[in-house]
Design a protein around this ligand. Structure first.
Ligand SMILES: Cc1ncc(COP(=O)(O)O)c(C=O)c1O
Length: 360
């Protein structure tokens, strides 16, 4: 069986080393020493000024919306994971969808201005598959209309654009460290901001709003993460490069082996680095994509329609809306298995089967 993904696990001994410290200190959560060490190491690794380690990528988005005091309408993409939209609704705001660019599959900045109203407070865009959004165009629009910008960088760990971390763009960037992500802490998330005042507010918000043991500075939530999760994050840090290299090799092999397949892949930002988080293919038709998905599954090879369906016409708490490009791409896109333990032989097998299905 070949699953769509398998979490990377460091050698058990490495994780156990951290566990013995937890037992000794009996400090299990509430921003313990491992959580702080993880924050410091990730700040170094990602070359960002400030970051917070939080419970998950969804809480990170909700905290970002709260900390920026966003109200009313937030412009966002319908081609993302449900958490991008649900966080907006959860925080009492209204998602206003803007269609994606058909090449990058990220929000189309040329369509943003038409969606801005007096009620618009921010743009929340996703770096889909880790591919950086057109951050300069979005920054220009945000400045002109006095809007805040949040980037959902759940997929974008380690990506740089114009020579710096993609997380350094916008007012706040978030990331997911969920087990299925290329770098993970089992469950976990990151919030990145360049603004120290915002960082301070976010730190209060993460801890119920406490500013001291008996005082409160903010309306807060429990966004903390545990020492066990931090330990997994720390144990995974020494393997980031090996994971990256293996994913790059497998991606390049897919590219080579799938040369005859009539599909498109998202066009990557010209000045962005890649993290090989996913291997998405856009087929010529939904019919062919479904046939490939079905026949691969018959050989116990599991793929995923990611993202399908469009967030704009599926969620029971929103009025359905159609978007030409999102609806079309969401129907035809399929992600192939990609993970550290995937073998060259398995990539060759998947590629051979896909070509056979197409050519039959
Ligand atoms: C684009 C996007 N945003 C947000 C999230 C939510 O992250 P988490 O699962 O850590 O809550 C995900 C998770 O897969 C995601 O893909």
């Amino acid at each position: 069986m070949i699953p769509i993904t398998k979490p990377f696990l460091p050698p058990q001994e490495d994780y156990k080393k951290y566990l013995s410290g937890i037992w000794k200190r009996q400090w299990l959560t509430n921003m313990g020493p491992l959580a702080s060490e993880l924050e410091m190491k990730l700040k170094d690794h990602l070359h960002v000024k400030h970051l917070l380690f939080v419970t998950n990528g969804t809480i990170a988005l909700q905290m970002a919306i709260k900390a920026l005091d966003l109200k009313s309408e937030i412009i966002t993409t319908p081609f993302s994971f449900v958490a991008t939209t649900s966080s907006i609704v959860w925080e009492g705001c209204k998602p206003v969808f803007v269609d994606i660019d058909k090449e990058s599959l990220n929000i189309d900045p040329t369509k943003i201005e038409a969606a801005i109203t007096d009620e618009t407070s921010a743009i929340l865009a996703t770096h889909v598959y880790g591919n950086p959004c057109d951050v300069l165009a979005i920054e220009k629009i945000a400045k002109k209309h006095n809007l805040k910008v949040i980037y959902d960088g759940a997929h974008a760990f380690g990506v740089e654009v114009y020579g710096k971390s993609v997380f350094e763009y916008g007012d706040i960037s978030t990331c997911s460290l969920h087990a299925t992500k290329l770098y993970h802490s089992i469950e976990g998330g990151l919030i990145v901001t360049k603004d120290p005042a915002l960082l301070k507010r976010l730190a209060y918000i993460r801890n119920f709003g406490f500013s001291g043991t008996e005082s409160f500075a903010e309306l807060g939530i429990n966004g903390k993460n545990s020492e066990y999760h931090a330990a997994m994050g720390l144990a995974n840090i020494p393997h980031i490069e090996a994971v990256h290299n293996k994913r790059r090799e497998l991606t390049e092999l897919y590219n080579l082996k799938l040369k005859g397949l009539k599909v498109k892949t998202p066009s990557w930002h010209n000045d962005g680095t890649k993290n090989y988080a996913y291997y998405p293919l856009v087929f010529e038709s939904e019919e062919l994509m479904l046939e490939c998905m079905k026949r691969l599954a018959a050989s116990e090879i599991f793929t995923r329609r990611y993202f399908y369906p469009s967030l704009a016409n599926t969620l029971p708490y929103l009025d359905p809306q159609n978007f030409e490009i999102t609806d079309d791409i969401a129907k035809r896109v399929l992600c192939l298995p990609l993970y550290f333990d995937l073998t060259v032989e398995e990539v060759e097998l998947i590629s051979r089967l896909l070509l056979r299905i197409q050519n039959n």
